[in-house]
Write a protein that binds this ligand. Structure first.
Ligand SMILES: [Zn+2]
Length: 342
């Protein structure tokens, strides 16, 4: 935009430029008024999200969703979590009770909507906020997908249609890792800042798996993250950041910016690169994956909303992608998969 603007100014003189500026300002006013209106109507743009849903609550909500999926009263897992988020003020850690979820689920099963339940209970007035917040974090993780059956491995693939958790743990099946709650702890390299992601410690070369079907947004060296991949969800809302990948051979063969990659594909390998201006430098003390999840509501906003992915990785650990060696330190997913989002 700015570049076009300068060209315009040189060619047509300052008066023309000013009239364009006026039009632009007018347009911008209308556009921002519309944006303001959209925010009021649907509440889709949030300026901050703290994601504190526990893995247990996500599992319980998903179980309700899956069990009711083919019934007359399907229960959406995010509705259940948003009702509980509204009840708990977003704090699940010490407050979550399965009985609370059962009570909401019983009402939804009777045919009430989440909005009906909210209308009866003023203490649930922030339901809309939690609904948008949790949809933005979890919106791409559950749905229909097809996975090659285990029996057909090695032969011509036979597919089984499935419904449920279609996203994967960032660590491939069978590879050991350890982790703990480390989001927000202090980091020193470069400048004092807090840790806006989650570290999963394992061994160099562990296949790193794409969590959700995404486009590859950035690939390459970053002075903090070392060799890293940034993946953007197809709805544009989530940016997944996988960092400190292996020196010398960080990425899965053929991975390119702009490519669509299914959930469960191997995208790279665990390593210890980063904390350096020079490429391929091992600046980490222990091999680990730094896994970050950023929410994007407004592309132009400088306000970066990174959520704590620790509970999410615990929840995703129930679904790990099998990877097989294809030589030269590379791995590929074992079972072919199709995501319904395509
Ligand atoms: Zn980290």
């Amino acid at each position: 935009m700015r570049w076009n603007w300068n060209v315009l100014k040189r060619k047509k003189g300052i008066l023309t430029a000013l009239s364009f500026l006026l039009c632009f300002a007018l347009f911008f006013n209308i556009a921002s008024a519309m944006a303001g209106q959209r925010r009021e109507v649907s509440g889709r743009i949030l300026s901050w999200v703290d994601f504190k849903v526990t893995a247990q609550a996500m599992e319980d909500a998903l179980a309700y969703d899956m069990a009711s999926h083919d019934t007359e009263q399907p229960i959406h897992w995010i509705d259940l979590l948003a009702l509980l988020g509204a009840k708990y003020g977003g704090e699940f850690k010490n407050r979550y009770r399965k009985a609370d979820m059962d009570a909401f689920a019983a009402r939804l099963q009777k045919g009430e909507t989440a909005e009906d339940i909210v209308a009866d209970n003023t203490y649930l007035k922030y339901f809309d906020y939690y609904s948008v917040a949790y949809e933005s974090v979890l919106g791409g993780l559950v749905g229909e997908y097809s996975l090659q059956t285990e029996e057909s491995a090695g032969g011509s693939p036979v597919f089984a249609p499935k419904y449920g958790l279609k996203a994967y743990s960032p660590i491939a099946e069978g590879w050991a890792y350890s982790h703990n709650a480390d989001f927000g702890s202090a980091r020193e390299f470069g400048f004092k800042r807090s840790h806006l992601g989650h570290d999963m410690f394992g061994s160099v070369g562990t296949p790193i798996v794409n969590v959700e079907t995404c486009m590859v947004e950035v690939l390459g060296w970053n002075r903090y993250g070392g060799w890293r991949v940034g993946m953007r969800s197809l709805d544009g809302r989530r940016y997944y950041y996988y960092a400190h990948l292996r020196s010398g051979h960080p990425y899965a063969a053929g991975l390119e910016e702009g490519q669509m990659v299914y959930a469960g594909e191997v995208i790279g390998y665990m390593g210890m690169t980063g904390y350096s201006d020079s490429e391929d430098f091992n600046g980490m003390q222990r091999p680990h994956l730094h896994f970050g999840v950023q929410l994007i509501f407004d592309e132009s906003s400088k306000n970066e909303i990174w959520v704590d992915p620790y509970e999410l990785t615990k929840f995703l650990s129930r679904h790990r992608s099998s990877a097989v060696s294809v030589g030269n330190g590379d791995f590929k997913r074992k079972f072919t998969y199709y995501d319904s989002v395509e």
